[in-house]
Design a protein around this ligand. Structure first.
Ligand SMILES: Nc1ncnc2c1ncn2[C@@H]1O[C@H](COP(=O)(O)OP(=O)(O)OP(=O)(O)O)[C@@H](O)[C@H]1O
Ligand SMILES: [Mg+2]
Length: 485
């Protein structure tokens, strides 16, 4: 039935020629045996004609397990965004492995994909092997139920006469088959490479596998017919599965399926090291900035001319604005990347400003308007400095007399841009003669945020607006409630 369906599907939905369909049919006929042998779900997908999608043309589910697939998926259309491994292998003609793929059916699986090529090396389909991630293979099950005898094994492994790339050749797991005297009688290409590497000899066929690789001895001595074992060897992480093959209660041989997890473990370690290193750099940046600030404070305390004090304060505030970014990143330990919450940052920068002079009764209101805005640390540094300059200006210049007033910092998000409004109800800016503060703001807005900085005329007070486009570095979430502070 599979064969007719495969042929019909290929004729209807793909551009494949009869010869190519023949190749796929041959592979499809071994799928069930392979699924049972490796306890994995097997599929063949083919690219559809006049479409970017692929279609499932053959499938096999292991008989020994409850299927994660409730229904047949043959004839189902496969989309690029759901199954990137399938399309990668198609496009590149190379195998791909995705450790945690989520299939179109929402199942979490480990997925290996290999391209199936015809005689002229064109990719005519892909062979997919999937294993459910959350349910490790049962350690003990009844081998007698498996349809394994010497003949089917020859069939799956392919005899010497086979011209076709046989299924086990296409897979990235190591397959080693030994006879009842533990002599190696079959190894797939990765298996040959593995045994050669481990034993240091190329003469491996018909040699006793325990002599070639002594570390398998305890695995062979294990009495269980099916045995799964995780092993670290020469800095390699391996999962070894042993299946003893019996016929009429007599051992006919042993099949070892070995998965090499070394690369995966190394990648995990690398990632961990990377994030540790980045955290460390953030720590150092923060500490160095704090040292610089302490030195300035020390200098101020040792005595500086009264008229220089405001310059020291301005500088201290600028340094503090930058170090606030790193404090937020470091406080957020669970976060995997260095995204900074801009509202939190604004609150931090404003709450710690140092300003000498007359005590003023000024209310500072920060409105997020229901947005959570996250940006990369680089952009966050610019935003912190801009907020610092503009809020300082309002504090310093808007209320010359000791009058009470209000400063509002407001974030509005539009579809493709973000607006930052800072206004006060003070004396108004009058004619602008920019000095360092406004120069800094202008520079950062234009050069770093690719945005615009303007003053909006108001009857009372000063209203500064900064607009910049939302880029991949700026993420906005909408919250239900407004958080004012
Ligand atoms: N919110 C405001 N209200 C009233 N006047 C303002 C306001 N913001 C800026 N100004 C005026 O614009 C001028 C330029 O501001 P700018 O921030 O460039 O310089 P500064 O604040 O005087 O010094 P610094 O370089 O330390 O920031 C100020 O000196 C002030 O006269
Ligand atoms: Mg200023």
């Amino acid at each position: 039935m599979t064969k007719t369906t495969l042929e019909q599907l290929c004729n209807l939905y793909t551009d494949l020629q009869a010869e190519d369909i023949g190749i796929l049919k041959n592979i499809a006929s071994t799928l069930q045996l392979y699924a049972d042998l490796s306890e994995a779900y097997m599929f063949i997908d083919c690219k559809m004609k006049d479409s970017e999608h692929a279609i499932v043309v053959a499938e096999a589910f292991p008989k020994s397990m409850d299927s994660v697939y409730e229904n047949s998926v043959v004839g189902k259309i496969v989309f690029d965004s759901f199954e990137p491994g399938v399309f990668y292998s198609y496009r590149k003609g190379q195998k791909s492995v995705i450790r945690h793929a989520v299939t179109q059916e929402g199942k979490s699986v480990e997925q290996s994909v290999v391209p199936i090529k015809n005689a002229s090396h064109q990719v005519i389909g892909v062979l997919i092997q999937e294993r459910e991630v959350d349910s490790p293979a049962a350690h003990h099950y009844d081998v007698r139920g498996l349809p394994i005898g010497q003949e089917p094994i020859d069939y799956v492994m392919g005899g010497k006469s086979s011209e076709m790339p046989i299924v086990s050749d296409l897979l990235m797991e190591i397959f080693l088959l030994t006879d009842n005297e533990n002599r190696l009688i079959y190894a797939n290409p990765v298996g040959v490479k593995f045994v050669t590497e481990m034993s240091g000899t190329e003469k491996i066929l018909y040699k006793n596998l325990i002599h070639l690789m002594p570390f398998v001895k305890p695995i062979y001595e294990q009495e269980d017919d099916v045995f799964v074992f995780e092993l670290t060897l020469d800095q390699k992480n391996l999962i070894v599965k042993k299946v003893r093959l019996r016929q009429k209660n007599k051992t006919r041989g042993t099949l070892l399926i070995i998965q090499d997890l070394t690369e995966l473990r190394m990648k995990e370690k690398e990632l961990m090291m990377k994030s540790v290193a980045i955290q460390e750099v953030h720590h150092r940046v923060k500490n160095n900035l704090q040292t610089v600030a302490s030195l300035l404070r020390l200098q101020m305390r040792k005595g500086v001319p009264e008229e220089s004090k405001p310059y020291f304060e301005d500088t201290l505030n600028r340094i503090f604005s930058i170090s606030s970014v790193y404090e937020i990143i470091l406080a957020n330990e669970n976060s995997e990347d260095d995204d900074v919450n801009i509202i939190e940052l604004t609150k931090k920068v404003c709450s710690a400003m140092v300003l000498s002079g007359l005590p003023k009764k000024v209310d500072l209101i920060i409105r997020s308007n229901g947005n959570t805005i996250l940006t990369s640390s680089r952009k966050a540094v610019s935003i912190a400095l801009i907020v610092n300059e503009l809020v300082q200006n309002s504090l310093k210049h808007a209320f010359p007399e000791d009058v009470s007033g209000e400063i509002v910092v407001n974030f509005f998000s539009m579809k493709d841009r973000l607006e930052l409004h800072i206004f006060d109800n003070g004396v108004g800016i009058g004619e602008q003669k920019a000095s360092l503060g406004l120069d800094i703001v202008n520079n950062l807005v234009v050069n770093d945020l690719n945005g615009e900085f303007n003053y909006v005329p108001e009857e009372i007070g000063t209203h500064a607006v900064i607009t910049f486009p939302v880029s991949p570095e700026v993420i906005i979430y909408y919250e239900k409630e407004n958080i004012d502070s």
